[in-house]
Design a protein around this ligand. Structure first.
Ligand code: PBG
Length: 358
């Protein structure tokens, strides 16, 4: 006697697994795609070195000389990278960050060299003073009885001067990461007054005071000598405040807003994108890089799979652009061979030409 179809299994009509059966169907229904076009490659250029120097806490990341940075940028462009984000390490620091806006400063020279070596590459410059200040803070600082005050309005003028000098050197996008109040307006006004209406502002709009920046401060030699950045970078517990910060930067005319760090702040990214619908970038920061690299080097994680999953998460959470130290590796991993069409085949390769024989 035939069995009655009463087992619970046979009542399942909806089977999500149907769409997961093989890679072909999975790729047909895939919702989120990571594109090399969306990646920004951060690069460090230093005035203090004679040749490229590895960053110990970020395996695979280097400080470059100006000449090397130009060559690297051209190589990256050849691999499909569209954009780089430049950080400079000056040979001299002072309390006015004067090398940040010097016409022959390290970033200004690097931008000109990179623009020459790779004219099509979008060059973004980090606009911040921490690498150029002897005390390592992101603005003008005052020491008062052992505690550090970072002065807001006094710092704006230096930030604006820095942004204008980057634009004058040829930067396409300036990216203020200092977190002073009012900097986007100050920078926009200064750029426009100097004739740089077309220079784009990508603001680090929701930038949190984060332990994940640790390795970067080795790379950029920018750790604060005293105190921390919590009086200007955001408290990691606050998402409503992040939305207010982003709203202010948009009002002040930011063209692109950024959330930073990435992985621990995906909810912030999502809410920023949902709320404002702006072109939104995320920064996959140095600590996120270092931890995966370290695990991969120990054989504890599959680097390629982990990184691609991270990038997919950023896109899924709303990122249009992703700044990541893995940009070049990802370009290699995702590299598609160009399509070949039958009609374009050269004669004598078979295909349609058999009928001409015998
Ligand atoms: C400069 C700046 C920092 C980063 C980008 N711009 C460091 C900081 O704020 O201390 C961090 C990038 C990274 O960790 O990869 N203010």
């Amino acid at each position: 006697m035939a069995r009655q179809s009463t087992s619970p299994t046979q009542r399942i009509l909806k089977r999500p697994r149907r769409l997961r059966a093989g890679e072909a169907i999975r790729s047909l229904v895939r919702e989120t795609v990571v594109r090399v076009d969306d990646l920004i490659l951060p690069m460090f250029v230093s005035e203090k070195i004679a040749t490229r120097t590895p960053v110990a806490s970020m395996p695979g990341v280097f400080q470059f000389t100006v000449e090397e940075a130009a060559a690297e940028a051209a190589l990256a462009a050849g691999e499909g990278i569209r954009s780089i984000l430049l950080f400079g390490i000056p040979s001299a620091k002072d309390e006015q960050a004067s090398q940040a806006y010097a016409p022959e400063g390290i970033v200004q020279r690097a931008v000109r060299a990179i623009k020459k070596a790779a004219p099509g590459l979008v060059v973004i410059t980090d606009v911040c003073l921490c690498e150029y200040m002897s005390h390592g803070h992101c603005g003008i600082a005052e020491l008062e009885g052992g505690s550090v005050h970072v002065l807001n309005d006094e710092s704006l003028e230096l930030l604006a001067k820095t942004a204008v000098s980057h634009a004058a050197a040829g930067a396409d996008i300036v990216a203020p990461s200092d977190m002073m109040d009012g900097r986007v307006r100050a920078i926009r006004t200064a750029l426009d007054d100097a004739g740089f209406q077309r220079t784009i502002i990508m603001s680090y709009a929701a930038k949190f005071a984060s332990a994940f920046y640790g390795p970067f401060r080795d790379a950029a030699e920018s750790a604060p000598q005293a105190g921390d950045r919590k009086s200007y970078q955001m408290d990691g517990a606050n998402v409503l405040e992040a939305l207010r910060e982003v709203a202010l930067d948009i009002e002040e005319s930011a063209d692109i807003v950024m959330v930073k760090p990435g992985l621990p702040y995906l909810d912030v990214l999502w809410r920023v994108k949902e709320r404002f619908g702006m072109t939104t970038a995320v920064y996959n920061v140095s600590g996120e890089y270092a931890m995966v690299k370290a695990a991969a080097q120990n054989g504890w994680l599959d680097e390629r799979a982990t990184v691609l999953e991270m990038m997919t998460s950023f896109k899924r959470a709303g990122a249009d652009l992703i700044a990541t130290y893995w940009a070049r590796e990802i370009a290699g991993w995702l590299g598609n061979s160009p399509p070949t069409r039958l009609m374009e085949r050269p004669r004598g390769e078979g295909g349609n030409h058999q009928d001409t024989k015998g």
